[in-house]
Design a protein around this ligand. Structure first.
Ligand code: ADP
Ligand code: MG
Length: 446
């Protein structure tokens, strides 16, 4: 925290002190800090998930108002957990603290990424429930929510949270038996075991776990033998008080060709979804990633990068590109540099795509005919597909509104402008359409 930030936070706390009860103040606010305050995004840290949860549910309005009053600008709030005090700091000074988040686990938990921790997870409205639930699960393994089922579109942090559970449990007790794998790896193990006639070993491995995490469970669709094995493993583990965590791109009941007995098991614990991140969350994620690479990322650059992609997964790639460029040129990261580093890529995207591809892909995605899309009918589902198409033609190809109008059956440019703006607003606010756009964009990139 720099000094100005400290003063600002002190003023905010003084306000809150007079408006909340003393007990609330001491338990909830006393150990919070303002970690950063840039471009109107205030990142506030608190000592535990419980506290973050309460602050967010009960006091985010008050905090926001107080911050706005004292800073004189609009503020968005982001809560992150405070890194626990390191016991190495006293002995070795701050040199050691930088590595603390990563080092202890390396090489210990197979298939688990050591940097996917709760500490490295930025929390905001779209993922708050998932975050709080995951950290609660890690603290109360097998006791409250079993299984824990987390779902959401690509790149929203499902794998990150699953690994964070594993890392957290492992960090507190390295003796616990943790098995973490993707459903493809699970499938391979089952298939191999059957092929080599050695199912006993495989059964023992899974059934002796205290924490079993299977990522992207939707891929067991239609695989009967694998489902059967999972069903038995599942029952065995739950009966023995082990914790099961599953992730998927959709809720259990929407996984097709999944045995009913299994989907009802999946839904029998706690099911939470993660929505698409908004701009602020993407910016915060970039901040965390930059820290990991030891890069100093100005906020305007983070915002610029965050605006370029819908999908969180691409963020790290973009960031790396910028960092590499800065290192190669031996200059600090700036907006100018970032634009240069990405310019090439953005142009590349445009020259490859053709308007017909966009139209065909959208039609395919929404299961409508091109003639319907270009035609006059105004059924709700048709209008949606049409407007999404307008939006993508504008954002992906950057052609004029009149050109888009011509491509879509001779529509007026004001109609196109309305459609583009409508979807743009929806993308900002609604996860569902956002998912559609991400899905279609992915298809276009193939
Ligand atoms: P999913 O499994 O949902 O497709 P991932 O967990 O692989 O998504 O996340 C994609 C990338 O974005 C990872 O690098 C992950 O660390 C990062 N990420 C996603 N959400 C967050 C978050 N809230 N805080 C920090 N990093 C995040
Ligand atoms: Mg994943």
């Amino acid at each position: 925290m720099d000094n100005l930030q400290k003063v600002l936070w002190q003023e905010v706390l003084t306000d809150l002190k007079s408006s909340v009860t003393k007990a609330n103040f001491i338990t909830l606010f006393q150990n919070t800090s303002l970690e950063s305050f840039e471009e109107g995004i205030a990142t506030v840290s608190a000592p535990s998930m419980m506290i973050i949860d309460m602050l967010q549910k009960r006091f985010s309005e008050e905090l926001k108002e107080a911050l706005e009053k004292h800073s004189g600008r609009a503020v968005s709030l982001l809560f992150i957990p405070k890194a626990p005090p390191s016991n190495t700091t006293q002995k070795d000074g701050p040199l050691f603290t930088e590595e603390r988040q990563v080092k202890p686990f390396i090489g210990h938990l197979p298939r688990v990424r050591p940097d996917y921790t709760f500490q490295n997870f930025a929390v905001s409205g779209s993922n708050q429930l998932a975050f709080v639930s995951a950290s609660t699960i890690a603290k109360n393994m097998g006791q409250i929510y079993n299984p824990f089922f987390i779902y959401g579109p690509v790149g929203v942090g499902k794998t990150h949270l699953m690994h964070a559970i594993a890392n957290d449990v492992y960090q507190k007790n390295p003796e616990r038996k943790i098995v973490c794998l993707t459903s493809e790896e699970f499938t391979n193990e089952v298939v191999d075991a059957i092929r080599t006639n050695d199912t006993a070993r495989m059964k023992k491995k899974f059934r002796s776990s205290e924490l079993l995490l299977i990522d992207d469970i939707q891929f067991i669709e239609g695989k009967e033998k694998v489902q059967e094995e999972l069903f038995h493993t599942f029952n065995f583990l739950i009966d023995n008080g082990a914790q099961i965590c599953l992730s998927s791109d959709r809720p259990p009941q929407e996984i097709k060709r999944l045995e009913a007995r299994l989907s009802s098991r999946f839904a029998g614990g706690l099911t939470v979804d993660i929505g698409a991140p908004d701009l602020e969350l993407k910016t915060a994620i970039l901040g965390i990633k930059a820290l990991k690479y030891g890069a100093s990322l100005p906020n305007e650059v983070a915002l610029y990068l965050a605006e370029q992609v819908q999908d969180t997964r691409s963020l790290e790639g973009l960031l790396l590109r910028v960092i590499t460029q800065a290192t190669t040129m031996d200059v600090p990261i700036s907006l100018e540099l970032a634009k240069k580093a990405l310019g090439h890529m953005i142009e590349e995207k445009r020259t490859h795509l053709h308007a017909d591809d966009v139209i065909a892909t959208v039609c395919d995605y929404y299961q409508v005919k091109t003639t319907q899309l270009k035609g006059p009918k105004r059924d709700a589902s048709l209008v949606k597909a049409r407007q999404v198409c307008m939006y993508l033609l504008k954002t992906e190809l950057d052609i004029t509104l009149s050109e888009i109008g011509n491509l879509l059956g001779g529509r007026d440019h004001t109609t196109i402008m309305y459609g583009v703006e409508k979807i743009h607003a929806l993308v900002e606010n609604k996860a569902r359409i956002h998912e559609d756009i991400t899905g279609i964009t992915k298809l276009l990139q193939r």
